[in-house]
Write a protein that binds this ligand. Structure first.
Ligand code: B12
Ligand code: SF4
Length: 570
């Protein structure tokens, strides 16, 4: 056991205010044989000196370093870390996995700082890569490992795809490799909540979504026993009273959901839970399943309504209709489950009509339940997704190099902010941008999505301003909302003691999560890197997009296939 070589996993920074365990890395780290190797997970979201630690551990001759890379902030961070590693330890194999390398392999490999990419779900692929490198073979000998991509003689070799495997074949997640209590935090439905993912993939094929491109329209999930077991472990060992399921599609199997609900009820679980699903599936659920879910303390469900236009839903290949969305909203209301609806706005071929129909639907859903939470996104065309061809027909072209992806505009695109697609330039694009901001603020006060973040006075003012705008149907220039929020935050911070003043702590403070280093015990600087840290600086800041086309009219895609059977791995 003494001379076990290290296997290093690095999660580049991507913190959004809620601490989540580095699940993608834990998923692959569980495949490491502990008798032979010593796995180490470094999480830059929580560790201030993560990069220093990575470089220190890399000096101990680990077998390899694996990084998880999502589009957005993780791309420059992963690049920066890999560049440093390659400069100091040229022989150390570096593996990237996750959605960015799965969708944009050329951009990653042309940097020369990554040895091999893992496309799609990576447990088995990683296991074989580890065996390869541990046997003393090098990146130059890579061959025949399904699910990998690498460069050979200047050309990219893409090995055959690795099909999704039954998740229950894999060992338990290695909770001992992370400091679990640091990932327990308050959320809107629980005081001590954890983030957990109980399935992989999705059997549907929506044209804007990256999941089918990566998972191949298949779905696999932990058994109810395993999910309930993990939830009860969190409750018993870490005092957890809430679970946020991050599955892209939690509800594919009604039988599984019933099993989970029954298991939680039978164990007298204290846990409230929230999950994401698909409207087409949920409207088919039996009434008794809804009752079980409610009884097992399901408090909220996130679904993709996507559009208020049936025509757009058809183009997207979405398996539901607008009528299904309304029906589900009624079911939610009957069962006191908080509804969350996401929308993909500005979809071709008729973006204006799509936006108008979606606003109408949002209004209708809000009238049915004022606390409904909306998540609007402007359509961001991703390579390898079903409707990407539609986007490229309409003069959209994503970068093909990492340098391109690291430009500020494309970074925003990767984060799915301001995608600036050619057909949404001008007034319409600006309207959508302001509308997104309005919805964000209105969620905070109407759907109670930021409890205690500002004090009661700012919250009431914000509510009043949102009501005025909503009634006037006016969403442009939401500057007063921003002003009220910022002023409210400043006062709340003052009262919370970030600027020390005498007196009791206000009651809403209890709801805010702060990193460990900011707690009373260790009053240090926040862990979040400063704004100046966010871009790595040496990339040219040129405008991200080419010339805007004269016409905003767009052409029609191939018809979507709505007939496929659900592919569930048993
Ligand atoms: C949690 C999460 C986040 C967290 C970050 C994670 C964390 N630990 O802090 C936060 C909230 C910060 C986040 C942000 C974003 N996210 Co996110 N996120 C997720 C979510 C819900 C769960 C990820 C997870 O833990 N999955 C469980 C693990 C086990 O599965 P996995 O991640 O797929 O990992 C497997 C493979 O990808 C692969 N793999 C992954 N990493 C590695 C590394 C190695 C070395 C190897 C070998 C293999 C490997 O093997 C793993 C096991 O099979 C997923 C949806 C989902 N259910 O997957 C979206 C998802 C990954 N996010 C996505 C996106 C787009 C984003 C954003 C870019 C934009 C946005 N608006 O959400 C931002 C980035 C913002 C930024 N600041 O840069 C997309 C990615 C696809 C895409 N469209 O490109 C997803 C799939 C959501 C979606 N439905 O579109 N996200
Ligand atoms: S149902 Fe959700 S996860 Fe599945 S393809 Fe559609 S948008 Fe993606």
């Amino acid at each position: 056991m003494l001379d076990r070589r290290k296997v290093v996993f690095y999660q580049p920074y991507c913190f959004d205010g809620f601490p989540r365990m580095p699940l993608p890395l834990m998923a692959v780290a569980r495949m490491v044989d502990r008798e032979q190797f010593d796995p180490v997970i470094i999480d830059a979201n929580l560790e201030r000196d993560a990069l220093d630690r990575l470089l220190r551990v890399a000096a101990e001759q680990p077998v390899l370093v694996g990084m998880s890379v999502m589009p957005g902030d993780q791309v420059p961070k992963a690049f920066e870390a890999s560049r440093l590693l390659k400069a100091r330890f040229p022989g150390l194999p570096i593996i990237w996995g996750g959605y960015f390398p799965s969708l944009y392999p050329e951009s990653c490999l042309e940097t020369g700082v990554v040895d091999v990419l893992v496309k799609g779900y990576g447990e088995q692929t990683f296991s074989e890569l580890l065996a390869h490198y541990a046997a003393g073979r090098s990146s130059a000998d890579l061959a025949d490992i399904a699910g990998t991509l690498y460069k050979r003689d200047g050309k990219i070799i893409a090995e055959r795809k690795r099909p999704l495997q039954d998740l229950n074949r894999y060992p338990a997640l290695p909770y001992d490799l992370v400091d679990v209590p640091r990932y327990v935090a308050p959320t809107w439905h629980a005081k001590r909540s954890v983030f957990y993912v109980s399935s992989q993939g999705c059997p549907y094929g929506c044209g804007f979504c990256a999941i089918p491109a990566v998972g191949g329209r298949k779905w696999t999930a932990y058994s109810p026993e395993r999910v309930v077991g993990d939830a009860l472990f969190f409750a018993a060992e870490h005092g957890v009273d809430g679970v946020t399921f991050g599955d892209t599609e939690f509800f594919v199997s009604e039988e599984r959901v019933r099993g989970i609900a029954e298991g939680l009820i039978a164990a007298g679980s204290p846990i409230t839970w929230w999950a994401m699903g698909t409207i087409a599936r949920l409207v088919e659920y039996q009434e008794s399943t809804w009752r079980l879910m409610e009884q097992s303390r399901c408090v909220g469900i996130f679904v993709g309504a996507e559009s208020g236009s049936d025509e757009t839903l058809k183009v997207m290949g979405k398996p539901s209709t607008v009528a299904d969305t309304i029906r589900l909203a009624e079911i939610f209301n009957r069962h006191k489950i908080l509804p969350e609806f996401s929308f993909v706005l500005g979809y071709p071929p008729h973006p204006e009509k799509d936006v108008a129909a979606s606003l109408e639907l949002i209004r209708r859903l809000r009238d049915m339940n004022r606390t409904t939470h909306f998540i609007p996104h402007v359509y961001t065309p991703l390579p390898d997704t079903g409707n990407y061809e539609l986007a490229t027909h309409n003069r959209f072209a994503a970068p093909t190099t990492l340098e391109g992806w690291l430009r500020p505009g494309w970074m925003d695109f990767g984060r799915m902010h301001h995608p600036s697609t050619p057909w949404l330039e001008g007034e319409q694009g600006r309207f959508l941008h302001d509308f997104e901001r309005f919805i964000d603020y209105s969620n905070r006060v109407w759907a109670n999505r930021a409890p205690g973040t500002v004090g009661p006075i700012a919250s009431r003012l914000l509510k009043a301003a949102c009501v005025l705008r909503w009634n006037a149907n006016f969403f442009r220039y939401p500057y007063e909302l921003q002003l009220i929020w910022k002023a409210g935050r400043a006062v709340a911070r003052l009262l919370e003691g970030e600027i020390p003043i005498p007196g009791p702590r206000p009651p809403w403070k209890r709801w805010r999560w702060r990193p460990k280093s900011q707690t009373k015990a260790g009053r240090e600087r926040p862990l979040r890197p400063s704004r100046g840290d966010r871009h790595i600086g040496f990339m040219p800041a040129t405008p991200p997009f080419g010339p805007v086309p004269a016409e905003a009219e767009v052409s029609v895609p191939a018809p979507a296939d709505g007939k496929r059977r659900l592919d569930v791995i048993q």
